[in-house]
Design a protein around this ligand. Structure first.
Ligand SMILES: *[C@@H]1O[C@H](CO)[C@@H](O)[C@H](O)[C@H]1NC(C)=O
Ligand SMILES: *[C@@H]1O[C@H](CO)[C@@H](O)[C@H](O)[C@H]1NC(C)=O
Length: 369
């Protein structure tokens, strides 16, 4: 176990060095239990690497092994069909969850005031409190409420969720926070049947001073069929690319831009003047202008690292955040990294080295049951 830990640390180090141009992202990725698990698994796999055994087999046996491999390719195609059905099932159930998510949103944004009955929740600690203590706590609570102005709904619900989740809070800049206070809901929309597989995250905002959009979208295109050139790598649907949307910033509010002053020397006269230039600024809202994946799948290192992190985030929002937002708000869903190791090890072999084509294996919801 200790040895493993050691090798593991070395890997972690190497990984960081390889990506030094995108270090922050790498650190983010390395905090991700799924990626860590994938690394671990690759290390485990090294023990059983092919050792010339195949070459030592008689020709006739090798020939039959090829037949088995062909069967395996057929299995991969059937598996792809399986995942298509899973997607259908997910769409069907998404429709069942949606009214509850809508109600959640209505409560958050104060469009609906839940009844006393709906608000009843027995917390564990409360059971142990005496009546006297309860009464005292209640009075204090009421006093606190009186001092504050009447809050509407659940203020800063989504901003708090963002701050509580490392993957998201790492993207968050101070200047993003006032904007995200206006975020009222995140919805997941699945692609229609018969359409290429994809899902869209819809970030719904109340009217605000920063931009005129009421909804910002991010769409992730998926592929659920084995790659002809590498059918055995198929491991379920993968995110292939993503597209964002244009944010209609109001004048002077574009936080993805900053202006810098630069001194410029006139070539002939030698006079110096100061010019202002706009350059990109760090912001969560850069999430809506991801690098494009070119047709040939080849990307520079920076874009590669950005997209790898982006796919991770999009997937995480869809799989974890949206279904269980309240638990990220309260902090109950923030996981212990260790818990995740065993269950999720299978995933994402591709992540050990930077994926060649941005195939990002998706974990399907029901695997986690
Ligand atoms: C650019 O980013 C810095 C640091 O994150 C921040 O202080 C500044 O307000 C940003 N600029 C604009 C114009 O939003
Ligand atoms: C906001 O800044 C981005 C660069 O980060 C730029 O591409 C975009 O055009 C700007 N939008 C507006 C409305 O100024």
């Amino acid at each position: 176990h200790l040895l493993k830990e050691l090798i593991f640390s070395a890997h972690r180090f190497l990984f960081t060095v390889c990506f030094s141009s995108a270090r922050q992202l790498t650190v983010q990725m390395m905090q991700n239990p799924q990626i860590l698990a994938a690394l671990q698994e690759r290390l485990d796999g090294l023990n059983g690497s092919p050792s010339g055994y195949m070459e030592s087999l008689p020709k006739v046996v090798k020939r039959r092994v090829n037949a088995l491999k062909n069967l395996q390719v057929k299995c991969a195609h059937i598996e792809a069909k399986f995942y298509e059905e899973v997607h259908e099932l997910e769409r069907k159930y998404a429709a069942l969850y949606q009214p509850l998510f809508d109600k959640r949103s209505d409560i958050v944004k104060a469009a609906y005031e839940p009844t006393d009955e709906e608000c009843e929740w027995k917390a564990d600690e409360e059971e142990e409190l005496t009546d006297e203590m309860k009464e005292k706590a209640k009075l204090e609570e009421e006093k606190k409420d009186e001092e504050k102005e009447d809050p509407k709904g659940i203020p800063e619900f989504w901003l708090t969720v963002f701050k509580n989740v490392d993957l998201l809070s790492d993207m968050l800049q101070e200047h993003d926070e006032p904007i995200l206070k206006h975020l009222q809901d995140i919805k997941v929309k699945f692609s229609d049947p018969g359409q290429p597989m994809s899902f869209t995250l819809e970030f719904q905002f109340e009217p605000n001073d920063f931009f005129t959009n009421t909804v910002l979208t991010k769409t992730y295109k998926m592929r659920s069929e084995p790659d002809e050139n590498d059918p055995f790598s198929f491991d379920g649907p993968e995110i292939m690319s993503c597209t964002g949307c244009t944010i209609e910033w109001t004048k002077g509010k574009n936080v993805t831009l900053k202006t810098i002053k630069k001194k410029q020397k006139h070539k002939g006269r030698g006079t110096v003047r100061t010019v202002t230039k706009t350059v990109p600024n760090d912001s969560f809202f850069n999430f809506f202008t991801p690098p494009e994946v070119p047709e040939n799948g080849e990307l520079d290192e920076d874009s590669e690292a950005i997209l790898a992190a982006d796919f991770e985030i999009g997937h995480f929002i869809r799989e974890r955040i949206v279904p269980r937002a309240v638990l990220y708000f309260t902090g109950e869903a923030i996981e212990d990294d260790d818990d995740d190791y065993d269950e999720e090890g299978e995933e994402a072999d591709d992540e050990v080295k930077p994926p060649k084509n941005y195939h990002r294996p998706l974990k399907l919801t029901f695997w986690k049951l």
